[in-house]
Design a protein around this ligand. Structure first.
Ligand code: AMP
Length: 414
């Protein structure tokens, strides 16, 4: 069932999406998730709402420490390098809707403050190895993922924990340059606490939409809920959860750790950003999406078809416009929105194709070069003065260059 979308404050949307762990190049799996939320933010803004869209950057993590050691560079240099690659690739894909990228490492005071409060209310406990969250203190744990209690084992195994399902808030130890002083000794934050520290700072204890890939529901998003809702007792922390299905390769999740990934930069050498976006949006964001050359080629052909027929402007096609909006309003049903785009192209509603193309981040009209539009103006004048032979000759030349030109009917002579 699709619920009506109601924000915490009128005309204002707070949107948080888990950003990348910056230790490697972004791949098409990231493209899938971030294109979807880019379209969501653009659509909500198009409807007139103000969207504060924040993404965190996980720049302190075991994987970063390990890779920095392998490459013999500092953690900060490694994280910044891949953060730059990430931003560059996102922009190459037309993903430009994020209001603010918040690094974990620049929010350490907020993180420490949250952990102190969690310890203060008795849900965080201190051991030799760090500070942990007592999951039994939070009765709603497991509601988002629907996981049974015995399956909820934290990925970090540590004999000092009271319960294997408890998760770490602060890891004691020396971890090189990314080690900070804290009331529990030197160390670094656990993974889950960075997001709630960031969202509490910018949005407060409750906000509208939290997004990310399906893999983050458990344990990450469950842990976020436990932390924030325990602290203030406000429920729900998030009004709407949006989780993207995996982009898969031969049935397996594309991932950095599995090594089966196609870098965005490499994909862009063969497929332009409009084709990649079209391919992604052709599936509903909650469904898995199998990436294949054939799928991308079909997306390319479909887009070329739209561009080939979207030539003559026939004015608004209200049914197509309504269908596009209805699709976007229905849990961001982009496959149906793209079906509406085809109908709009077939009916020649060029204005809608431009406007909705901006929301989807795809150019649907053929590229018109300045010389072409000058030639079309000359043809229009020739036709108006009944010099059809020359006008037709120019049209043939344009058609020989692979561009279709359809003339509007001549106005009746007075
Ligand atoms: P990571 O860099 O692994 O921390 O992931 C950053 C974001 O990209 C998270 O929201 C992930 O769920 C998402 N993501 C990573 N791989 C994929 C994939 N194959 N398909 C869809 N989303 C993904």
């Amino acid at each position: 069932m699709v619920e009506p979308f109601q924000t915490l404050y009128p005309d204002r949307v707070s949107l948080f999406v888990c950003g990348p762990t910056v230790y490697n190049y972004p791949h098409l799996g990231h493209a899938r998730t971030y294109v979807v939320f880019d379209v969501l933010a653009k659509y909500l803004r198009w409807t007139g709402q103000e969207v504060l869209y924040i993404q965190n950057i996980t720049d302190v993590d075991d994987k970063i420490i390990n890779r920095a050691q392998e490459e013999k560079i500092s953690q900060k240099d490694l994280a910044r390098k891949f953060e730059r690659e990430y931003i560059k690739d996102m922009l190459s894909l037309g993903i430009d809707s994020v209001s603010y990228h918040a690094r974990a490492t620049t929010h350490i005071p907020e993180i420490i403050n949250q952990i102190e409060r969690l310890v203060g209310i008795g849900v965080g406990y201190i051991t030799e190895t760090g500070v942990y969250f007592n999951i039994d203190s939070f009765p709603r744990n497991g509601e988002l993922s629907g996981q049974s209690k015995d399956k909820r084992i934290s990925r970090v195994t540590d004999t000092k924990k009271h319960n294997p399902a408890d998760f770490v808030l602060w890891k004691r130890g020396e971890y090189g340059e990314y080690t900070w002083d804290s009331p529990w000794g030197r160390g670094r934050p656990g993974w889950h606490i960075e997001d709630t520290a960031i969202t509490e700072k910018y949005f407060g204890q409750q906000y509208d939409i939290h997004g990310g890939g399906l893999d983050l529901i458990f344990p990450h998003h469950e842990a976020e809920i436990a932390q924030m809702e325990s602290l203030e007792g406000k429920h729900p922390m998030v009004r709407y959860w949006m989780h993207t299905g995996f982009l898969t390769v031969e049935g397996e999740k594309m991932s950095k750790s599995l090594g089966n990934f196609i870098k965005i930069q490499d994909a862009l050498k063969t497929w332009d950003k409009d084709i990649i976006r079209y391919f992604i949006l052709l599936s509903h964001y909650r469904s898995p999406l199998q990436v294949s050359e054939e799928g991308l080629l079909n997306a390319k052909k479909a887009l070329e078809h739209i561009r080939a027929i979207a030539i003559t402007d026939n004015g608004p096609y209200p049914e197509g416009r309504d269908a596009f909006i209805a699709a976007m309003e229905s849990d961001l049903n982009t496959p149906n929105a793209i079906a509406a785009i085809h109908a709009l192209a077939a009916h020649g509603d060029l204005e809608a194709l431009i406007e909705y193309g901006e929301i989807l981040g795809i150019r649907f009209l053929p590229e018109t070069s300045a010389p072409l539009s000058i030639l079309q103006d000359i043809r229009a004048e020739l036709r108006a003065s009944k010099q059809f032979e020359i006008a037709d000759m120019i049209r043939k030349k344009i058609a020989d260059a692979g561009i279709q030109v359809t003339d509007p009917p001549l106005k009746p002579l007075k």
